[in-house]
Write a protein that binds this ligand. Structure first.
Ligand code: 13P
Length: 252
């Protein structure tokens, strides 16, 4: 089963609309001859329609960084899956550790968000990962098990055909520390076998597993070469088109 690598940029709360469009256009220019890799950028909600319009017809896809699971209603400040889809996005990042940490997102919330995404045909990128304390206490696998099992509770495998899972150890995000090759490998292998247990062998084989946490041009090739790593979710290094392109071209 061949899984096309996905290199995704999470722009977090950076860039105004014009700045986001400028970077997106520059990236589209730099990416024009890239093959065999899918590229996605996730700007802020405000920039999303502008960025999606500016990369339309190029190889760059777009995504949102979050959504709210209700379809519409009196939910001040929230954005629905339909609205994201209408903005031109194909993907949505769900359950990022910053949302779990600062906005108290639970696995049950994450699950409802994934449901809302797949209902409108948005491809969900479910983020999972342990904190440093949890790793020290040897709880990494039980934490991941809970985040994946509870996040995907009640789904049939057909509903999740476009699911992507991003393993982002919390201690490696924005810190310059990357997980070691062996650490990444054992987690990705674990996630793949967990998907097999929860769904099926085929499902596990087709689902892309990204690594995230201080991915840079200097370490991208090594990280992407690890078995069961099917791409990257990149924060800081995706903000600059010249840096990000060197991650996208990790194979060259
Ligand atoms: P950094 O690449 O800045 O460590 O961020 C990773 C991340 O959180 C992507 O979602």
């Amino acid at each position: 089963m061949s899984r096309i690598p996905l290199i995704a940029g999470n722009w977090k709360m950076y860039k105004t609309g014009p700045q986001a469009v400028e970077t997106a256009r520059e990236l589209a220019r730099l990416c024009s001859d890239v093959q065999g890799v899918e590229v996605m950028i996730a700007p802020t909600f405000l920039s999303l329609p502008l960025v999606a319009a500016s990369v339309k017809g190029t190889c760059i896809k777009t995504g949102a960084q979050n959504l709210y699971f209700e379809k519409q209603g009196a939910f001040t400040g929230e954005i629905s899956a339909d609205m994201i889809k209408a903005a031109g996005a194909q993907y949505v990042i769900i359950g990022h550790s910053e949302r779990r940490q600062y906005f108290a997102e639970t696995d049950a919330f994450v699950c409802r968000k994934i449901k809302a995404a797949v209902e409108v045909g948005l491809k969900p990128i479910l983020c999972v990962g342990e904190t440093e304390g949890q790793r020290d206490e040897e709880k990494t696998f039980s934490i991941l098990d809970k985040q994946v099992s509870d996040g995907l509770k009640g789904f049939g495998r057909d509903e999740l055909k476009d699911l992507v899972i991003a393993y982002e150890p919390v201690w490696a995000i924005g810190t310059g520390k990357t997980a070691g090759i062996e650490q990444v490998h054992e987690v990705h292998q674990y996630l793949r076998s967990l998907l097999e247990t929860l769904f099926s062998r085929d499902f596990a084989d087709q689902t892309r597993l990204l690594y995230g946490g201080s991915v840079k041009p200097e370490n991208a090739k090594e990280l992407m070469g690890i078995k069961d790593v099917d791409g990257a979710l990149v924060g800081g290094a995706s903000l600059d088109a010249n840096q990000f392109i060197n991650i996208i071209r990790y194979n060259i």
